[in-house]
Ligand binder design. Structure first.
Ligand SMILES: [Zn+2]
Length: 322
């Protein structure tokens, strides 16, 4: 419960509990670290810990008092979340925040404002937000959450207490998946490699047919025809990212297999024969080129580059290395 539900972020949590215990809360925090490691979950838990009604939970929250329950359900009048997903955060959202931050709390000790994916503040909204951050009311806590801190204004960064979140070690992630979430066998192996230490990503995939999906993608890579590209073309960006990461992992496996890495350390250890065959059929340079092509695809996908163009580059790569 409370902070105990957040796995592998003890350092960040200890720092936050230090602020809670010393009552040094007003102003801005920046929760920074890779996607899928629990930043947003921690921000919401921090908000509950600040305003939990149970006196016995100093430095944490009880999750059962009226305040905690309503904060969890997003119907607590002093907790405000701006979460626009991957869309830009427009000025209207910041203007609304500025109106709310001037009001007295309805019932909370501190009003809490969480801005998720804060790197999506557009220039106008970032400058407006900076004004608020320069003179934050003493009864308010602002939490910015981002996996791309370099996209934020330096002046915003410098006015926040930066709390860093990190990816888990692979083995630690595997243990958590087995012990706390009952994931077993090949799925543990694959998810702990594939998620790169990001528990949130592993949990998002654990109840899907990810093993079947990744094997279909690999079959398509080994005989790349229309299927692979037609399938990719129908996916939204999030799904496309999963598919591309599967392909990248496949090529990485083949590259390392060429260098003699043991089968147990392959991402696709259940397909080690196919990995070996693919490695034999391609030169190291071809595999490097493949990894680079897919990595660029992933990078440009984040920058909203035309997907058709990216797909045709990938197609060209597969045609030229068949
Ligand atoms: Zn509570």
């Amino acid at each position: 419960m409370g902070f105990g539900a957040i796995k592998g972020q003890q350092q960040a949590i200890m720092r936050l509990q230090g602020y809670l215990n010393q009552d040094k809360l007003e102003g801005g925090f920046l929760f920074s670290g890779p996607e899928g490691v629990g930043k947003f979950l921690t921000a919401k838990t921090f908000a509950r810990a600040i305003n939990c009604d149970a006196a016995a939970t100093a430095g944490d929250c009880c999750d059962v008092c009226s305040a905690c329950v309503r904060m969890e359900k997003n119907c607590y009048p002093d907790l405000h979340c701006i979460d626009c997903g991957e869309e830009e955060i427009r000025i209207e959202a910041i203007r609304q925040l500025q109106e709310q931050i001037c009001l007295r709390p309805y019932e909370a000790r501190k009003k809490v404002f969480i801005v998720n994916n804060a790197h999506n503040l557009n220039p106008v909204s970032a400058n407006a937000f900076l004004k608020t951050l320069e003179e934050p009311p003493r009864d308010s806590v602002l939490i910015l959450v981002t996996d791309k801190p370099s996209m934020l204004l330096k002046t915003i960064l410098s006015r926040c207490r930066v709390v860093k979140f990190t990816a888990l070690q692979r083995q630690a992630l595997a243990r958590i998946l087995e012990r706390d979430y009952g994931v077993e066998g090949q799925q543990v192996h694959f998810l702990s490699y594939f998620s790169e230490g990001r528990l949130g990503n592993a949990l998002r995939l654990k109840d899907t047919d990810i093993i079947g999906c990744k094997n279909r993608v690999i079959d398509a890579c080994t005989s790349p025809g229309a299927y692979l590209f037609d399938t990719l073309a129908t996916k939204d960006r999030q799904e496309m990212r999963v598919y591309l990461n599967i392909i990248a992992g496949w090529m990485r496996d083949a590259y390392f297999a060429k260098a003699g890495i043991p089968a147990a350390e392959l991402i696709h250890s259940d397909r080690s024969d196919a990995v070996d065959a693919y490695a034999r059929a391609h030169t190291a340079r071809e595999l490097e080129e493949g990894i680079r092509t897919v990595s660029e695809f992933l990078l440009y996908l984040d920058q909203n580059v035309n997907v058709k163009l990216l797909l045709s580059n990938l197609k060209l790569y597969f045609q030229s290395t068949r």
